[in-house]
Write a protein that binds this ligand. Structure first.
Ligand code: 5GP
Length: 202
């Protein structure tokens, strides 16, 4: 049985060569509020019972999901910024991530006042591919002396290794749709079967 996000991906997703899934009409360009609300509710549900002090994401497409989730948790949302140059001398926590979609190394940073020691942080993003963005955010959270509650992702590309690595490292990673394989020739997309489907997914 497919969940709402898997159905939406099959209906509107476009598979590009190089393992890129384009979902511009509901997530990466136009934002479908109904779909985003369901993503946020589902992530809220999956991390229910965890104390969360802050939701942290990375610009730009993570912000919409993070904002709706921050609303449901009633906590502040912080988005890490990307730039070609940033250094930690000017009051920032800095890490770096290779961008899978833009094929370049980015500096990723959060200003020090927006992350505090002891805070419990839920990391969210639109996609998980090689785990570069998630690892940069984890690094920054740890630099601040804060704690990672878990990582919530809308679409994980299971054929790339980010998700596997993070789970092996012991992080709680929740992805609403996990793509197992996709073919740009035939536009076929297959999803990993998961067993933790909640009522919100229907
Ligand atoms: P990672 O850092 O895990 O390698 O890649 C995740 C980041 O790259 C996400 O923040 C997302 O913006 C972007 N990304 C990776 N793969 C895809 C993809 O197939 N489609 C889209 N739209 N974005 C992707």
């Amino acid at each position: 049985m497919m969940n709402f996000l898997e159905e939406k991906i099959l209906k509107d997703g476009i598979v590009r060569p190089g393992s890129i899934l384009k979902v511009d009409n509901f997530l990466n360009h136009q934002i479908d509020i109904g779909v985003m609300r369901k993503i946020a509710r589902e992530l809220k549900q999956r991390f229910d019972g965890e104390r969360v002090d802050k939701v942290v994401t990375i610009e730009s497409s993570g912000i919409a999901i993070a904002t709706l989730l921050g609303d449901l948790c009633d906590v502040p949302v912080v988005f890490a910024k990307k730039s070609e140059t940033a250094n930690s001398t000017d009051n920032k926590y800095v890490s770096k991530a290779y961008s899978f979609t833009h094929k370049r190394m980015n500096q990723v940073f959060i200003s020090r006042p927006y992350l505090n020691k002891g805070e419990r942080v839920l990391i969210v993003d639109d996609f998980m591919a090689d785990g570069q963005a998630a690892h940069a955010l984890i690094d920054i959270v740890h630099q601040a002396g804060a704690e990672v509650v878990g990582i919530g992702i809308a679409i994980e590309k299971g054929q790339q290794q980010g998700g596997r690595k993070l789970r092996e490292e012991g992080y709680r990673l929740e992805s609403i749709a996990i793509v197992e394989s996709m073919d740009p020739e035939t536009q076929t997309i297959r999803f990993r079967q998961t067993h933790d489907q909640s009522a919100y997914l229907k």
